[in-house]
Design a protein around this ligand. Structure first.
Ligand SMILES: Cc1cc2nc3c(=O)[nH]c(=O)nc-3n(C[C@H](O)[C@H](O)[C@H](O)COP(=O)(O)OP(=O)(O)OC[C@H]3O[C@@H](n4cnc5c(N)ncnc54)[C@H](O)[C@@H]3O)c2cc1C
Length: 445
């Protein structure tokens, strides 16, 4: 398996030390694939994208779906993210998207993001999933006083362009709402979104897909992919799947050689999270942070954070170039230092969990969901730019509809496969360059 990161970041035997996994340890395990089976659709990757595709294929289209996961369900980003079920998924600024693809296409994209949050809420309600839902909407925060005007302008732009109902919130109002930190100067509240426990959600989605009839196999890495008589044949360590169609739902964990022509099309990037022990009401009150709505600051290399239902606090951030254990430890120490600066009243509060994972970027900074025209029967859904809880779920359904037909809500520009990075072997240097640039912009803004 070829990948841009250190093997330890990709080794399923390496436990993910997330709080989420400790919060519920008794989800049933799925079996390993043994022997040869046939299906209409084979899905590579057991995260939100693959599981949502399987769920919708079986439930809405009556198509047989098999999910192949190299480790266990939710081992990838889906089981270890920050649990922001919110709008997002592109890194292209809205104004640039309008210039490039036009206003109507951009509005379709904005609507798809809103629909993605509603879709998760629908699945959770319909399947009665226990996901520890918290908060109302999400809030973006200005971490410097000089950014407050830009935040206001942004809210106006979103209202005028998309009819978004995003509301500017002053520092005083933030404090009243239970968000107090010396690092925060104002915010914009988007009513769309909520927090969830990502591990419970991905396992709930797997249970729902299995209940709908999907076959899910763990410890079943696709190690070879060939064509035989018009069918796709996916080979795993102890079995083979013959399928009419295949969906690539492997996100940042896609190996460079999964498919002969898919290498060089994605750029995995690190994101790291720390979680504290549960705090008492007195401790929360001392800092003035009692609201469980998910929030993030508007740095290029953003921090995202939320109070969890049991009084723990989760703080995450992007950045870091190496997944080697020593380098990861340094990045996690850096995230912890940022947490301490945000919350002086919690300097004494112990961190109990630290972990990192990979998110998936595309060269053109937008997600990609659709049919790969040059490779008959091959579909893809990935590149949510660190915002795939809702968008991965939506994209799985969109991929199912692209295969089977159904209401179409994808703007044209996300339907093609991710373009290959120019000189793909330079991707680690692109990331380094981007981080240096972002660091300078964040320091100057
Ligand atoms: C630390 C972190 C924090 C994040 N926070 C947020 C957040 O708060 N909100 C948000 O919306 N998004 C967040 N994201 C992004 C979000 O988690 C992802 O966009 C989303 O989980 C992607 O889902 P997926 O199903 O496409 O991919 P993944 O969940 O990554 O699943 C891909 C799976 O494919 C499997 N796989 C790979 N190769 C093979 C193979 N050859 N054979 C079989 N299986 C294979 C992998 O084992 C993996 O389990 C975060 C990401 C990280 C890393």
């Amino acid at each position: 398996m070829k990948h841009l990161y250190h093997p330890s970041a990709l080794d399923p035997a390496n436990p993910v030390k997330s709080w989420w996994r400790d919060s519920k340890t008794d989800f049933p395990a799925f079996p390993q694939l043994e022997g040869d089976i046939e299906t209409e659709v084979a899905i590579i990757g057991g995260g939100y994208t693959g599981l949502s595709a399987a769920y919708h294929l079986q439930r809405d289209h009556g198509a047989s779906a098999v999910v192949l996961e190299r480790s266990y369900v939710g081992w990838g980003a889906s089981g270890r993210n920050g649990g922001f079920c919110c709008m997002g998924s592109s890194k292209m600024p809205w104004s640039k998207m309008i210039d490039k693809f036009g206003l109507e296409e951009t509005r379709t994209f904005w609507r798809s993001q809103k629909a993605s949050v509603e879709l998760v809420a629908d699945i959770v309600a319909r399947e009665n999933l226990d996901i520890d839902k918290t908060g109302t909407g999400e809030i973006s925060l200005a971490h410097k006083s000089g950014l407050v005007e830009a935040l206001k302008e942004d809210a106006d732009f979103m209202a005028k362009t998309f009819g978004a109902n995003e509301i500017f919130v002053s520092k005083e109002e933030l404090v009243e709402r239970g968000f107090s930190s010396p690092e925060l100067h104002a915010g914009v509240a988007n009513p769309v979104g909520f927090g969830l426990n990502p591990w419970k959600y991905v396992n709930g989605l797997a249970a729902a897909a299995a209940k709908a009839g999907a076959k899910i196999y763990a410890n079943s890495e696709v190690i070879n992919w060939t064509r035989e008589g018009g069918k796709h044949v996916l080979v795993t360590p102890r079995g083979r799947v013959r399928a009419d169609k295949v969906l690539i739902a492997t996100a940042a964990y896609t190996s460079e050689d999964l498919h002969q022509d898919f290498g060089g099309r994605i750029l995995p990037a690190l994101s790291s999270i720390v979680v504290t022990r549960p705090m008492s009401q007195n401790e929360l009150g001392a800092q003035g942070w009692t609201n469980t709505t998910p929030v993030y600051d508007i740095r290029y290399l953003l921090h995202y954070f939320r109070l969890l239902p049991d009084g723990r606090f989760m703080f995450g951030g992007r950045g870091g170039l190496s997944a080697e254990p020593g380098a990861l430890d340094r990045q996690l120490a850096n995230i912890e230092a940022c947490f301490r600066a945000y919350y002086p009243a919690w300097r004494h509060v112990e961190i109990t969990h630290r972990w990192a994972g990979l998110l998936c970027l595309a060269f053109d900074l937008v997600p990609h969901v659709g049919a790969w025209e040059e490779q008959p029967g091959t579909y893809f859904a990935l590149c949510y730019h660190g915002n795939g809880v809702a968008m991965g779920t939506w994209s799985g359904r969109a991929a199912a509809r692209a295969m089977m037909g159904g209401p179409e809500e994808r703007p044209g520009f996300i339907r093609r496969p991710p373009p290959r990075f120019p000189l793909p072997f330079l991707r680690p240097f692109y990331l380094r360059g981007a981080y240096i640039g972002y660091g300078i912009k964040d320091a100057m803004k």
